[in-house]
Design a protein around this ligand. Structure first.
Ligand code: UDP
Ligand code: MG
Length: 333
């Protein structure tokens, strides 16, 4: 453990993506403030309002007016959870950054444990869901299946049940900032950058208020993005499938020729032709679809659009250690 004298020099930014969370913000702030108030660090709580259409931004500004540690980045529209986390990591300027959800599913009371693990040498501290209160069997089983599949086809080990409740040391934040890919799957990026990771179990609570922003279709799109960003296995699968089907077609062709030339027997029947044509069309469309998905990714990346746009920025100075407040946000390499 570090001595309090040394710890007092350190700073921590807490990044909180929020999309239509007006009902959660205040309770989130109160519980977080209670958890960190006694700790000897300079804190900032940076809310990222991801284009909310409710009073989330007003709630954050009200908190900022009463607590100089509270900051807000407001997006010009909804860019998504991954973009909101990215903006928070870009704006952060502390020795460590903690990310957690505004809906209180990630208990802020765990923050001292995250910080203690960091002080003991961890460069990434990952919250791992030991139990998820109120999570449906469907959500749990699809999530387990997804991570099994992803880990089977991706060279990077991505921990199941480890969402975005994490602490990053400054050097990890600097590394993550260098990855500007459009198709963002941050859990893969966290694994890609490496560094020394410690996992901390936590019990995921039910949402404090409101409802999840992710439908089954959103989850499917998220899963697809993860696979496309962190595995080329579907492309390879398309190649192998093409090879196998070509071999089958060659065999069948030889059989048809031999039957005709040697035995003077023409294979009769419309059925076999219809089956073969449909089968090959299906395989071709499937492989074209796989190619198309990857091509779409290339197109998105080549546009090099910004990952998010800010409409308002309120970044208080890190109270404690003498450090200039940041004036601009674009990522630093
Ligand atoms: N969120 C966001 N942008 C979005 C969707 C969600 O910033 O487009 C935030 C949301 O406010 C919450 C966190 O991301 O703090 C996780 O979202 P949610 O609770 O809806 O997802 P779940 O926990 O159900 O997976
Ligand atoms: Mg949630």
């Amino acid at each position: 453990m570090t001595t309090p004298g040394i710890a007092a020099q350190k700073s921590i930014d807490i990044v909180v993506p929020a999309f239509n969370e007006e009902a959660c913000i205040r309770t989130f702030y109160e519980r977080t403030a209670r958890a960190i108030d006694a700790l000897p660090y300079a804190f900032r709580i940076l809310f990222v309002d991801d284009g909310s259409t409710d009073r989330t931004a007003q709630e954050c500004f009200a908190l900022a007016a009463s607590d100089p540690r509270v900051g807000l980045l407001r997006f010009s529209r909804n860019f998504g959870h991954q973009a909101a986390l990215t903006a928070g990591l870009d704006a952060a300027d502390a020795d460590a950054v903690i990310t957690l959800d505004a809906d209180l599913q990630h208990p802020p009371e765990k923050l001292p444990d995250f910080i203690a693990a960091w002080e003991q040498g961890a460069e990434i501290v990952s919250g791992v869901r030991a139990r998820a209160e109120g999570a449906s069997l469907w959500k749990r089983s699809t999530s387990t299946l997804f991570y099994r599949l992803l880990n089977a086809i991706s060279p990077f080990k991505i921990t199941a049940d480890s969402p975005d409740f994490r602490l990053f040391d400054r050097k990890v934040v600097n590394a993550i900032r260098r990855l500007r890919e459009q198709s963002r799957f941050l859990r893969g990026i966290y694994s890609w950058v490496g560094f020394r990771e410690v996992q901390l179990p936590y019990t995921q609570a039910e949402r404090a208020a409101g409802r999840t922003h992710y439908s089954n279709i959103d989850m499917l799109v998220f899963a697809l993005r993860a696979v496309l960003s962190f595995s080329h296995a579907p492309l390879r699968f398309a190649t192998y499938l093409g090879l196998c089907v070509s071999a089958l077609a060659f065999g069948f062709g030889m059989y048809a020729i031999v039957m005709n030339v040697v035995f003077h027997q023409v294979i009769r029947g419309w059925t076999s032709i219809a089956v073969l044509v449909s089968f090959f069309s299906g395989v071709q469309l499937l492989t074209l679809g796989v190619l198309g998905e990857y091509l779409g990714q290339v197109l998105e990346e080549s546009k090099r659009r910004p990952l998010y746009l800010l409409a308002d920025t309120h970044l208080p100075a890190l109270v404690g250690p003498a450090r200039e407040p940041k004036s601009s946000l674009p990522p630093r390499d």
